[in-house]
Design a protein. Structure first.
Length: 161
């Protein structure tokens, strides 16, 4: 069966750009117990005359990433989301860059390199729970730029494919 390597949750990392497109400032979404990437395959059934049963084709995917974040003032990602929660932005103000770094090192142990998606997403605030001390939100991913990423001292560097 070859060499099996178990992928680790702490090495699949979502980063939110809290800067701007020209000068990204990546904040790790780390104090979360949820990483639920749903692909939402959009399908179409075709009942071809040569087949006994209809064929299901996938026309596209509409991925979304549900998240929650512990309320830690001073955590750059939380502070940014808390400000959004307070101001309730809409329209273009909720279009954000989400960088997802996937575990499964394609480099070496000395120079790790990971597959990554640099996305344009709609950040949808869901709810703020002061009892659970969490803010809940999700990213509806609209565009994916595929590439690789290195992470040095918590800072990602994305390279387009």
């Amino acid at each position: 069966m070859g060499n099996l390597t178990r992928l680790k949750k702490h090495r699949t990392i979502p980063f939110l750009n809290i800067g701007n497109t020209e000068t990204p400032e990546w904040a790790r979404i780390g104090k979360s117990t949820v990483f639920d990437m749903v692909l939402n395959a959009q399908t179409e059934d075709n009942d071809f005359i040569e087949d006994e049963m209809p064929t299901t084709d996938i026309t596209y995917y509409k991925p979304e990433l549900a998240q929650e974040l512990q309320c830690n003032k001073g955590d750059a990602a939380f502070d940014y989301l808390y400000e959004m929660f307070f101001n309730l932005p809409t329209g273009e103000d909720v279009k954000k860059n989400l960088l997802v770094v996937f575990d499964g090192n394609d480099g070496t142990e000395e120079a790790p390199k990971f597959k990554a998606w640099n996305t344009t997403s709609t950040l949808i605030l869901d709810h703020f729970d002061s009892v659970a001390e969490k803010i809940y939100f999700k990213f509806n991913i609209n565009k994916i730029e595929r590439g690789t990423c290195t992470v040095t001292e918590g800072t990602p560097a994305f390279t387009k494919e």
